[in-house]
Structures are given as C-alpha cells and as structure tokens.
Design a protein around this ligand. Structure first.
Ligand code: SF4
Ligand code: SF4
Length: 363
C-alpha cells in the first residue's frame, strides 16, 4: 500500500491533472497570500514551494451518511449536518465520487458508516477499483456486521478509541462503548481482518493513558494506531476541550517514544510537525471530503461551501486563503487531514526524511 501510494505521488508530482491546478481569481476582499512554504532560490531569494501549485488528492474522505448511534462531545458532524441527518448517498454516488476524485485511499467515515445499508457492496466495489479502504467506526456494530465484509490486504477497520474504558466512555457520552468496540476488534481480528485504531487527543487527554491504551491493545496484534489533535471548529459545541498550537506541541512532545514502541501509522514528518520540530503548510486539497451536500470545501473541518463536482472544489476554492496565518479559523489547526498530505508530499522536507519514511514504512 505504501509503495502504491509512493508511485501515485511520484506520477502526480510529475504530471498533476491540469484541470485541478486552475486558480480562480481571488475576490477583492480575500485574505493574505499563502505565506508558509517557501524554498530558497539559487540567488538566495524565496519562492513558493512548487508542490503548492500541484494539487491532487491522496485520501478521499467519503461520508455516505451522517446518522450515528452516538453523540460524542467533540463531534461536529452530527451537529453541522443535523438538517440532513436522515439523508444518505446512494451506492452509485459513493462510487462516482471515488471515480471522479481518483484518490488511491478512501476513508469511509460519517456518521457511523456501519449504519449504511450498502456498506458491504461499497467495500467490494471500492476494492474492485483498486482502492485501499479505512472504515472509520465507533466499533459498536463491527461484530454484528462482520459477515457483510471480506478480509483483504487493502481493507482496514479503523476503530475510534480516545482512551481506556472510563475515559473513552465519557468522551462518547455512553457507558459500555469501549467494551463493545473491543469485542468488535477481537471478532474482526479473529476473522482475519486488518484493524487499526484512531485516537483524538483533547485538552484533557493524559498521554500516559494513550500509552497504556496501546499497551493494552497489543494483545490483539493490531495493524497500527493513528493519532490526531482535536480541533475546535465552528460546528462543535464544547470549545474548552480543544487545543491551541502550543498545547498540541506540549501533548505530543514525547510522541517519538510512542512511535518507537508501537505501530503508529502517522508519518514521522507529521509527528515532527505535531511536536513542533518543523512547520508544514495546510494542503487540505490532499484529503477532500464528499457527502450528501456535495464536495465540502475547503476541508473536512470548516465549511465555506459545497461544490457539485470535484473539479469545482479543486479549482474554485481559494486555497491560498487557508492554513495557519491566513485564516483565523485555521490558527490552531494541526489535524492530520490538513497536514498529513504535506508530509506525504515531502513539502518542507529535510535531509533524513526519505530514510525515516522508509524505515517507518517497513516497520
Ligand atoms: S461516533 Fe463518530 S460520527 Fe458518531 S457521534 Fe461520535 S464522533 Fe460523531
Ligand atoms: S488549517 Fe487546513 S485543515 Fe485546518 S481548518 Fe484550516 S483549511 Fe482546514
């Protein structure tokens, strides 16, 4: 999968689709120009990093529906889309979105995607198209729905766990969720599926507890752990649980210890970014989101519009107006969907990055 993604990136770096690179004329009241990523010219001047103008998607965030059986404190989806919570994409719309966008990885999220009636067919059809799939779930229906899926090297259940039992059940506002998610993980691994976990780090998160969680999960021989700092965007109610950039760096300052001990799926470059070791620009176009309203722009988190086509999202969004320093709403955002693409694309890369990336991929 990593080799496939590396090939896809190399091909698109050389020849990105020209129809996705078009910049609409900035509105007169548009915010600052993009100002983070520069590379040095031989004359010692600075020019924007060339990758910034080569846009292409790496991961499609596909939301077939927004309905969910839970009401987690930090969830913006069930709040932002409450008026369309009963709507869902058809199977054809899901597949057309994947074809239109062409990203090699599809993250099926929501809402709770295991509530989507055609979820088994969606998995089969995306696999047939050569996509790798992360199915992001709260884990409560994994055991019940397992028979709808086929184990495959390119298919992962990605189970959301924000801490050990007590902490997780408080975060998802329901007792017993942790235990059911663990039962789902156990059943999926026993049936030969690949399973990883996804942890959001909040203001209240004790990083020692995350280490305890990964240690506890070792018994299941999981296929990796993802971590991302929480971000307090407009659709979320409780703003006090979110992190500033300084908070994120403090929380993640010892993340290297975790990544040496456990299979952490986040790239080493992104982890460096989280602990303040380097800067990265936002490249939200690398992780576009599609849902019942259309292509959500600019990113998974903030919504300034929905576009009917993927080309519309790529060419009409004023990308230069987003990211840290360009839009106040982005100031404390360090989430993976905005910054992991920059890491994968090698923007602001350092001398040892390729070596670090290769050893991470082999591990
Ligand atoms: S399980 Fe996911 S979609 Fe459901 S409420 Fe929690 S965060 Fe939102
Ligand atoms: S920094 Fe990027 S990913 Fe984060 S909120 Fe802004 S546009 Fe979205």
């Amino acid at each position: 999968m990593t080799a496939g993604m590396a090939g896809y990136i190399a091909k698109n770096k050389l020849m990105p689709k020209p129809e996705w690179q078009v910049n609409a004329t900035a509105k007169p009241d548009a915010a600052n120009p993009f100002r983070i990523v520069y590379s040095k010219t031989p004359a010692g001047g600075r020019k924007p990093h060339p990758m910034i103008e080569k846009r292409f998607p790496l991961v499609l965030m596909l939301e077939p529906l927004h309905a969910c059986n839970l009401t987690c404190t930090g969830c913006g989806r069930i709040r932002e889309y409450d008026t369309t919570i009963n709507k869902r994409l058809t199977l054809d719309q899901c597949l057309q979105a994947s074809d239109e966008c062409g990203a090699p990885i599809v993250s099926i999220c929501g809402g709770e995607p295991l509530l989507y009636p055609e979820i088994g067919q969606l998995q089969a059809e995306l696999l047939r198209r050569g996509r790798s799939i992360y199915l992001c779930t709260n884990g409560m229906f994994v055991k019940k729905k397992l028979s709808q899926f086929q184990p495959h090297d390119r298919f992962f259940f990605n189970v959301h766990l924000d801490g050990m039992e007590k902490t997780h059940d408080i975060a998802v506002e329901k007792e017993g969720v942790f235990r059911e998610a663990i039962e789902g993980i156990r059943a999926a691994k026993a049936a030969g599926f690949k399973v990883c976990t996804n942890t959001t780090v909040y203001q209240e998160t004790d990083m020692k507890e995350i280490e305890d969680l990964f240690e506890y999960l070792e018994q299941f021989d999981l296929d990796g752990h993802m971590m991302s700092p929480a971000y307090g965007y407009a659709a979320v109610n409780d703003r006090d649980i979110f992190l500033t950039r300084d908070d994120v760096r403090e929380k993640f300052k010892n993340v290297e210890h975790l990544s040496k001990r456990f299979k952490v799926n986040s790239t080493p470059t992104y982890l460096d970014f989280l602990r303040g070791e380097r800067d990265l620009p936002c490249t939200a176009w690398g992780n576009p989101t599609y849902n019942v309203m259309g292509w959500k722009g600019p990113c998974y988190l903030i919504t300034d519009g929905h576009y009917p086509t993927f080309e519309g999202l790529m060419t009409e969004t004023q990308w230069k107006n987003y990211g840290h320093g360009n839009d106040p709403r982005c100031d404390h955002c360090m989430v993976h969907c905005g910054y992991e693409p920059s890491a994968a694309l090698g923007i602001n890369s350092k001398f040892m990055d390729t070596f670090k990336l290769m050893s991470w991929a082999f591990r």
